[in-house]
Design a protein around this ligand. Structure first.
Ligand code: THU
Length: 271
């Protein structure tokens, strides 16, 4: 049953303010060693579950992942895009606005400086949705297979080229990533960077293994941008590539990008 309009407006404002508080709390998990900026969004789904996305910086500044892209990419990787609202801890910037405005399949009912909603009847926020996959151990063949299966969730209207990625942390947590495309190609997030930024949003750490699968190109390996981000966020990981019917191939993260840019001096300056 629909509430009278005035009550619905009050309820909507209350829900947005709860989500804003959740976003402020999530912002503390930002990875921002270069600016110190703490920024996050929280997405509200139809059943009241929430999903966070935080700012994830990189020494190569332009590879920095915004909270909005981080959260939206996480949603695709966990197969939930029933978005009711996205609320930010700070006002959205121009790039966020453009990204959201051209997200296919979403009709925003309200689009303010820090909150987007697809409906005026927002559910009450409940628990944070877990991104965790079942723990199948640390067998590389199982990891590669899981990454291949996850690639089915890729959002690929531009390329029709699915990529799946799974990371395993030292504590045995498994998280998923897929490539998430956007009409503006500069805003596309690869599967590897998707899962690495999800790890940060949820406060996991110590990535030990990264499994990558490009089912349409079984020899596929991480792109240069992903290699740079892997080196910064998972320098001790082993990267496993799905080879289809062959056993997966592997590389140490340290072998991915010889002589890579570390940005150490920039980091010291910000501290
Ligand atoms: N892609 C990835 O997800 N990971 C890579 O390492 C290489 C490329 C995606 C990005 C884009 O959606 C599509 O594959 C074609 O480049």
């Amino acid at each position: 049953m629909l509430l009278p309009t005035s009550k619905r407006v009050i309820q909507e404002k209350d829900t947005i303010s709860i989500l804003r508080d959740l976003a402020v709390t999530a912002a503390a998990r930002s990875y921002s060693p270069y600016t110190g900026l703490q920024q996050a969004v929280v997405v509200l789904l139809e059943d009241g579950a929430t999903v966070p996305g935080v700012r994830v910086e990189n020494a190569s500044f332009s590879l920095t992942i915004s909270p909005l892209i981080n959260a939206v990419s996480t949603l695709h990787a966990i197969g939930r895009v029933d978005i009711c609202a996205i609320v930010s801890s700070v006002p959205f910037n121009r790039s966020d606005m453009t990204y959201a405005a051209s997200m296919p399949n979403f009709e925003w009912k309200s689009f303010t400086t820090d909150a987007l909603t697809t409906t005026h009847d927002l559910p009450d926020p409940r628990e944070v949705l877990s991104p965790l996959l079942p723990d199948w151990g640390d067998d590389p063949a199982s990891g590669a297979r899981e990454a291949r299966e996850i690639s089915e969730l890729a959002h690929i209207p531009e390329s029709d080229f699915p990529v799946g990625c799974v990371v395993r942390t030292k504590k045995g947590h498994h998280l998923p990533g897929v490539n998430v495309e956007h009409p503006d190609w500069s805003q596309i997030l690869c599967a590897e960077r998707n899962v690495l930024s999800t790890v940060v949003s949820y406060g996991f750490s110590d990535i030990q293994q990264i499994f990558v699968s490009c089912p349409k190109e079984p020899g596929g390996t991480p792109c240069g941008a992903c290699r740079q981000v892997i080196l910064e966020l998972a320098p001790d990981a082993t990267v496993w590539m799905d080879r289809g019917n062959e056993p997966p191939g592997s590389m140490r993260a340290s072998e991915l990008l010889p002589g890579h840019f570390t940005g150490d001096i920039l980091r010291k300056r910000a501290e």
